[in-house]
Design a protein around this ligand. Structure first.
Ligand code: FAD
Ligand code: NAP
Length: 334
């Protein structure tokens, strides 16, 4: 990828300090629901003490870590490692890098059981192995962990040199919780990290997509952050609540499109970085919206093959194959 003048300088992230094959042992410090209201989804903010392991002090906001569920899967093989985004800032929940956290959604589905043809009628309750195991753990329980993972979805070395558009869907909010903590809240008083920290006064906009208002994650904390910091705006985008007219409610890119006039000065500035985390496919709408508004050049590399096509007419296939994010556009989607 070509490097440009306004590309952010990123820290050198440490990776793979602990392999999933020989995980380190962390311990649950807390596990609390972080959903706003009563909902069909269950999402917990889970904090894990990793002191004394190679992960201590080494996990940056935006990276992920592995959880290695003990035991074997239905085929008798050890469970595969599952990755979870860090929801903690780089100085950890405690300010000393000893306690990491994540935002874990229980995976719950009704479908055909692939492991058991006898239960193939399509309405067997499938509980995801790792998210449910992790969500069930009580304070003090042991968690085998690995990582950290990822080196691109990070805050820049000089946070004040940039403005930020953060776009999340569902549990994709996890890294932004850590990043916003780091940019606006800072380490607890009395920790060495506090002495090195200064609040970030850059413009920060968070667009957060959820099906229902009750599904919003960390919502009171985000509202309070926006109230205290005039440079930070929080925009929940709700997709499934009743609309004045029939049809599906907005997704995050519809919000960006509708507010493009207000967002343009920030997005047009070479200081601005875009981060998107959550559902695979969310980037397609964001790319199309940016390019249609004539704001794509700093964030997107467009292949010659579709350079002459109006971005409003780009197909999903064309975006997937022919549009690439630049260093100013960070994606973490799956
Ligand atoms: P699994 O057991 O892996 O099941 C997942 C799905 O597989 C089921 O829902 C079902 O569709 C299918 N399945 C499983 N068993 C069967 C069966 N017998 N028959 C039919 N179908 C079956 N998740 C978060 O909640 N928070 C995060 O912050 C987060 N961050 C991530 C970061 C990265 C970089 C990545 C790659 C993933 C992240 N994830 C996150 C997702 C996480 O890694 C897991 O994939 C997720 O928790 C589901 O894992 P599970 O073990 O609970 O489900
Ligand atoms: P969810 O609550 O089901 O949905 C979040 C919102 O996104 C809903 O409003 C949904 O609208 C909307 N949405 C659906 N498709 C979209 C699209 N193409 N573009 C924009 N918005 C879209 O989400 P969830 O269950 O928490 O899932 C979050 C996803 O993020 C999971 O796949 C999770 O694995 C992933 N995740 C990734 C990372 C990472 O890569 N580091 C970290 C954390 C989470 P509808 O009403 O239309 O459904």
């Amino acid at each position: 990828m070509t490097v440009h003048l306004h590309d952010p300088a990123l820290p050198d992230a440490r990776m793979h300090l602990v392999a999933p094959g020989s995980p380190a042992i962390g311990r649950i410090v807390s596990s609390e629901s972080c959903i706003r209201g009563k909902s069909a989804s269950f999402v917990r903010h889970i904090s894990i003490d990793v002191s004394g392991t190679p992960l201590e002090g080494q996990c940056l906001a935006g990276q992920s870590f592995g959880v290695c569920v003990p035991g074997t899967d239905s085929k008798g093989r050890p469970h595969k490692v599952r990755l979870y985004s860090l929801a903690s800032p780089s100085y950890g929940e405690d300010g000393n890098g000893r306690v990491i956290s994540t935002t874990c959604k229980r995976s719950i589905e009704e479908r055909t059981d692939e492991d058991n043809p006898a239960r193939g009628d399509g309405h067997v309750l499938i509980l995801g192995a790792c998210s449910n195991w992790l969500s069930d753990l009580s304070v003090g329980a042991e968690v085998p962990v690995s990582g950290p993972n990822g080196k691109r979805f990070l805050l820049p070395v000089d946070p004040a040199a940039h403005d930020y558009l953060f776009v999340a869907t569902g549990t994709g909010i996890a890294p932004f919780r850590g990043m916003l903590h780091e940019l606006l809240v800072g380490p607890p008083a009395g920790t060495p990290a506090r002495d090195r920290w200064t609040p970030c006064l850059s413009r920060i906009q968070l667009v957060m997509g959820a099906p229902y208002r009750t599904d919003l994650l960390y919502d009171p904390w985000l509202n309070e952050l926006a109230r205290r910091h005039p440079n930070f705006s929080y925009h929940p985008v709700i997709s499934r609540e009743p609309l004045p007219a029939p049809g599906h409610g907005p997704h995050v890119h519809h919000f960006i499109d509708a507010r493009i006039g207000a967002l343009r000065p920030m997005l047009d500035s070479p200081r601005c970085l875009i981060y998107a985390c959550g559902l695979a496919g969310m980037q397609l709408g964001i790319f199309r919206t940016l390019a249609t508004a004539g704001l794509g050049s700093g964030y997107l590399g467009v292949h010659d093959e579709i350079a002459a096509v109006d971005p409003a007419d780009w197909t999903e296939e064309q975006i997937k194959r022919r549009v690439r994010p630049t260093h100013r556009c960070m994606l973490e989607v799956y």
